[in-house]
Design a protein around this ligand. Sequence first.
Ligand SMILES: Nc1ncnc2c1ncn2[C@@H]1O[C@H](COP(=O)(O)OP(=O)(O)OP(=O)(O)O)[C@@H](O)[C@H]1O
Ligand SMILES: [Mg+2]
Length: 327
Amino acid sequence: MYFDFYGLKYEPFSLSPDPRFLYLAASHKEALAHLRYGLIQQKGFVVITGEVGTGKTTLIYSLLSQMPQQVISAFISNPVLTRNEFFYLLAHKYGLGEIENKGDFLVKFTRFLEEAHKKKKNVVLIIDEAHCLEKEILEEIRLLSNLETPHSKLINIILTGQPEFNEKLNVPDLRALRQRITLRYELEPLDLKETNAYVQLRMAKAGAKDAGIFTHAAIDSIYEYSGGIPRIINLLCDHALLTGFVKEAKIIDDKIIGECAKETGCLKGDRRGKQTRTLSGKTDHKKHILMWFLIVLLLSASAAFVYVFFSKLEQGREILEKIYQYF
Ligand SMILES: Nc1ncnc2c1ncn2[C@@H]1O[C@H](COP(=O)(O)OP(=O)(O)OP(=O)(O)O)[C@@H](O)[C@H]1O
Ligand SMILES: [Mg+2]
C-alpha cells in the first residue's frame, strides 16, 4: 500500500521469519553459532531459549536455508503431539515410510541412523516451541539421544523455546535430560544501536533509497516501546509507515511512533529498553519537568529555612508554613 510512497519494492516489516531480512545482532550471532555447533557436534542437546518475538524461529530458518551437505535434518515447529503422533511425524520427516508402532519406528530409525553414520552424515532433530513439549515426549526424545555407537551419538538434538522451557527442564523428573544438555544459550533483545541497524537494514533490503525515513527520535521511541524485541519493532514500523502514508509524511518521527504504539497497544513502561541513552540526544520531557519541579521546591524550602533561621522573623515562619501547606 505504502510501497511507492516510500520507494519500496517489498514489505520491509513482515511478521514472517524470512531469512532474506536476517539481521544478526551480537546475541543472534552467538545463538546461531550455538545452533551450528548443534549440527556438527556428536554429543547431546543444544538448548536455545529467548523471550517471545526475539527471533528464535527466524534463526532456525536461517540455519535450515544454509544446511551443510553432510547434515540430514528434521524440523518440528509444532511439538504439541501425542507419543504416537510424535513417532509418525519423525518417520515422515526422515523418510522412513509407513510405521505401525513405536517398536517398528525404533527398528527403522536405528537402521536409518546407522546407515547415515556409515555415510558420515550427521542426523539432527530440531524442535521449536520446545516449552510446549509434554514431559513424556521429552523423555522419548532423551531416549532417542541414547542411540549411539561406542564413540559417538547417532543423533544431535536442538531444542528452542521460550524462557519457561528452562523452568520445565528444572523439574527432578527431567534431570537425566538436563545432564545431556551440552550447550545452552539465552537469546537477548536488541539494544538501541542494534534496533537502529535492524530498522535500517530491513528498509534497505525492501528497496528504500533514503536511509533517513525513520528519524533518530523515532528509533529512540521504537526502542522504548519495543524493548528491542524484533516482532514488536516490525509491528510498530509497519504501522508507522502506513500512518505516514495516510498523513503524506515522508519522514517518520517519534510522534507517529507514539500514535502507533497507542493504536497497537504497546505501553512504554512494559518493555522499556535497558539503555537510557538516545540516538537523537532528546531526553524524556516528563522526567525533565519532574526534575525541575523538585529542584525548585528544594530551593524555595531552603531559602525560606535560611530566612527564618537568620532573621527569626515571624513573617518568615508564615512564609514557610504557607509553602508547606501548599505542597
Ligand atoms: N535476527 C532477525 N533478523 C530479522 N528479522 C528478525 C530477526 N529476529 C526476529 N525477526 C523478526 O521478528 C519476528 C519474530 O521473530 P521470530 O518469529 O523468529 O521470534 P520467536 O523468538 O520465534 O518468537 P516466538 O517465541 O513467538 O516463537 C519475525 O517477523 C522476524 O521477521
Ligand atoms: Mg518462534
